[in-house]
Design a protein around this ligand. Structure first.
Ligand code: FAD
Length: 423
């Protein structure tokens, strides 16, 4: 079923959500006068912001946001749930109704199954939708084929919890059910991966949980990288101060195989390590949709883009933002995705109105909790230099020490950014 503009609008107007495209939100019926449509795929950190800002900057453009879920759970702060600080994920969960009612974004809950770049069409589980420009922010998927023995059951036994939701709940449940004296094993892949400091924050949160609830237990961290990837000095400082006997950090230990039955992992195919709970974070790449739509480069991992407009260098009129894209020095973070989305939205509107594009100015801050009340941060500003996104020298840096103030900033940051994404 291909829905051209007229059929799509007829479908919306007829209100036949159950038969075709279930549209969330009342403003879905508003029609564009301009005849221009942007489709945004992915209602997470990048996609919500791109959709909202395009509408804010040019309300004559129809924006259709397609997301597989009817809600989104934030990865930022999900480590606090795993560590037992948050009692549930409700404060990290957003819905899309206000993007529709406040901004006229047409929200479609569907799985995007493919993109036909030549025909400017997105294929979904509910029908095909045409676009003038497409913004893709589908996040990441895993290169599980790199682990011998990894199969469909592995993530249920050894959760990655690297996409927030059921996987996050599972890891915490496993920690709660583990015997006092049991070992937790965490495997960190080689970069680049989503949220460079994320695994080390999780290590801290699990160590904090063990210390409080399973004092005879330990966490063994098998890091494929030669050292802590982000804020290393601060994490080491915090671990030495609080978790000396709880964290066994082992750098340059690449997990290459798993054994579901024995609940063990193999380092470089030789050293077998058993875990009562195993948090296997597999190596990563752009989301499946980006791979199957031919948006990834020769490495088959990440999507090359024009770093000024985020337009794919492979397919015209398709912009890729967030974790899936190669955004130069900007890390794969929610803050980066938010910042990229705003530049991308501005330039999509400029391109659709034949106006000059703006020069990129990017920003990122990542907070990491080390204890319930103390956090650390890294911040940076980015600019375009000869077509590449680079860090601005002298701007940003890491926080000097563990601090309760950083923790307060972090709580404020997550509340603000999730509110921005959902209102
Ligand atoms: C444990 C952890 C902690 C983190 N902490 C921080 C932090 O403190 N600060 C920070 O800035 N970042 C943090 N991050 C990183 C942050 O979560 C990601 O960088 C961010 O979510 C990337 O945004 P995105 O839009 O690329 O992808 P996402 O936010 O994952 O959004 C992708 C969306 O696309 C949808 N989607 C994908 N494919 C399809 C399809 N085919 N059809 C329909 N919908 C689809 C998905 O359902 C999803 O909703 C953390 C990550 C983890 C794992």
């Amino acid at each position: 079923m291909t829905l051209d503009r007229r059929s799509f609008l007829k479908l919306v107007g007829a209100g036949v959500g159950a038969a075709g495209l279930p549209l969330i939100g009342r403003a879905a019926e508003m029609m564009p006068k301009s005849g221009k449509r942007v489709v945004v795929v992915g209602g997470g950190y990048g996609g919500t912001i791109a959709a909202k800002y395009i509408r804010m900057m040019d309300s004559s453009i129809e924006v259709v946001l397609i997301e597989r879920g009817d809600h989104f759970v934030s990865c930022p702060f999900s480590n606090l749930y795993i560590g037992g600080i948050l009692k549930d994920l409700s404060s990290l969960t957003i819905t899309y109704d206000k993007l529709a009612s406040n901004h006229g974004v047409k929200v479609v809950q569907a799985e995007v199954t493919g993109i036909n770049a030549a025909a400017h069409t997105v294929m979904t589980s509910k029908g095909d939708i045409k676009y003038d420009r497409l913004v893709v922010s589908p996040g990441i998927d895993f290169r599980t084929e790199e682990y011998a023995g990894y199969n469909a059951s592995t993530a249920e036994l050894m959760p990655h919890s690297w996409k927030a939701g059921p996987q996050t709940l599972l890891l915490r449940k496993q920690l709660e059910q583990m015997k006092n004296g049991g070992n937790v094993v965490m495997s960190i892949p080689l970069g680049p991966f989503r949220c460079p400091p994320g695994p080390y924050e999780r290590t801290s949160m699990i160590a904090m949980y063990l210390q409080k609830h399973k004092p005879k237990s330990k966490i063994i961290v098998l890091d494929a990288n030669p050292d802590i990837v982000s804020k290393g000095k601060l994490f080491k400082q915090g671990w030495a101060k609080y978790y000396k006997d709880v964290i066994d950090y082992r750098p340059a230990k690449k997990v290459t195989a798993v054994d579901n039955n024995k609940m063990s992992v193999l380092v470089e195919g030789i050293e077998e390590i058993h875990g009562d709970v195993i948090n296997l974070i597999p190596s990563q790449r752009a989301a499946d949709l980006a791979v199957k739509s031919g948006l990834v480069g020769e490495d088959k991992k990440w999507c090359p883009i024009n770093m000024g407009t985020f337009e794919s260098t492979i397919h015209k009129d398709i912009h890729v933002i967030g974790d899936s894209s190669i955004a130069g020095a900007m890390p794969k973070s929610g803050y980066s995705a938010n910042s990229e989305a705003k530049v991308c939205a501005t330039n999509v509107v400029a391109l659709m109105n034949n106006r000059d594009i703006v020069e990129l100015s990017g920003i990122n801050t990542c907070y990491s909790f080390i204890t319930e009340k103390e956090a650390v941060s890294v911040a940076a500003v980015y600019k375009l230099d000869n077509g590449k996104i680079v860090g601005v020298k002298g701007a940003g840096g890491v926080s000097p020490d563990l601090s309760t103030t950083e923790a307060i900033y972090a709580h404020s940051w997550v509340k603000n950014i999730l509110t921005e994404m959902s209102t």
